[in-house]
Ligand binder design. Structure first.
Ligand code: KMH
Ligand code: ZN
Length: 284
């Protein structure tokens, strides 16, 4: 791995779309993709708009978040058939999901998975990620060859990432890619000054994306591009496109990110380029 300077991307911009999440209800946000058909349609549109990675949470027939293994497996297969996107399953799930079920997500054999590097207050809830769970999940990703994306909600999570790499070694794929999740009530704030500090603390050679929750989405997007990072966008993170104007589709968030990346002279990366950067093997 090269030095800290390489955290500034000189290539294109990797755009990850997080279309659904586990928190919002379809009744409150009708544009939210919750069925498999809606998710696949969304994925196709987002790939066309410039996404290379999809961060996936799924829902049951009642629209509630689920980690049902059969559904996850079907989802991975359907997304692979319909798109070239890197399929990254969430191992965060919902705050109510057990560690056991979150570990079992890997049995659906995705290309990649999220791996949150610490516990964080999450609005009125607590998103639990103790060290014992982090290490067990990480060791399973290494064994199964599933590429983790390190989700960092706060500075302590960055310290834990350093400890994880020092004690358990490099991830599947051999490359460290992080996602700064900013603006969660309870995590680090979503602003440029915090982003610059967080990026400086990342492991040497790591690449990174950033996402801002809610109204921090736009400032974090521009700060990430200015600092040479990659982008995550999607309705998991924000459902307001502009003041008083709800998001109508995930694809419009991806299109806005791709347009901003183009202005920054770092065009949206293709899924193939994303795979190469992340160390995700081509399983198609
Ligand atoms: N739904 C949050 C509790 C992840 O996907 O890995 C956790 C989350 C992080 O969304
Ligand atoms: Zn998520």
């Amino acid at each position: 791995m090269a030095g800290v300077g390489t955290t500034v991307s000189t290539q294109g911009t990797l755009i990850t779309v997080a279309p659904t999440g586990a928190e919002l209800e379809k009744d409150a946000v009708p544009a939210l993709p919750v069925t498999l058909a809606e998710l696949v349609t969304t994925a196709i549109q987002c790939q066309e708009a410039g996404a290379a990675v999809i961060h996936v949470h799924i829902r049951d027939d009642g629209g509630k978040p689920t980690l049902d293994l059969g559904r996850l497996t079907d989802t991975v297969r359907a997304l692979r058939e319909a798109t070239d996107l890197v399929v990254q399953l969430s191992t965060g799930g919902a705050v109510t999901d057990s560690f056991e079920r979150r570990l079992a997500v890997l049995d659906a054999a995705p290309d990649a998975c999220s791996l949150t590097c610490g516990t964080v207050n999450f609005g009125a809830d607590v998103f639990m990620n103790p060290w014992s769970f982090i290490t067990e999940l990480y060791a399973r990703t290494q064994k199964l060859g599933i590429v983790p994306e390190f989700e960092l909600f706060d500075f302590g999570h960055i310290a834990t990432l350093h400890r994880l790499l020092a004690e358990l070694g490099e991830p599947a794929g051999g490359h460290v890619h992080c996602d700064l999740v900013m603006g969660v009530p309870g995590g680090m704030p979503g602003n440029a000054a915090t982003l610059v500090q967080a990026v400086a603390a990342l492991p040497p050679g790591a690449t990174w994306s950033a996402t801002g929750i809610g109204r921090t989405a736009v400032p974090v997007l521009f700060a990430a591009l200015a600092a040479g990072g990659h982008l995550r966008v999607g309705m998991e993170d924000t459902v307001t496109f502009a003041r008083g104007r709800p998001v109508t589709s995930n694809a419009e968030l991806v299109a806005r990110a791709a347009a901003a990346a183009e202005l920054a002279q770092r065009q949206a990366m293709s899924p193939a380029a994303g795979r190469a950067m992340l160390g995700v093997p081509d399983r198609r």
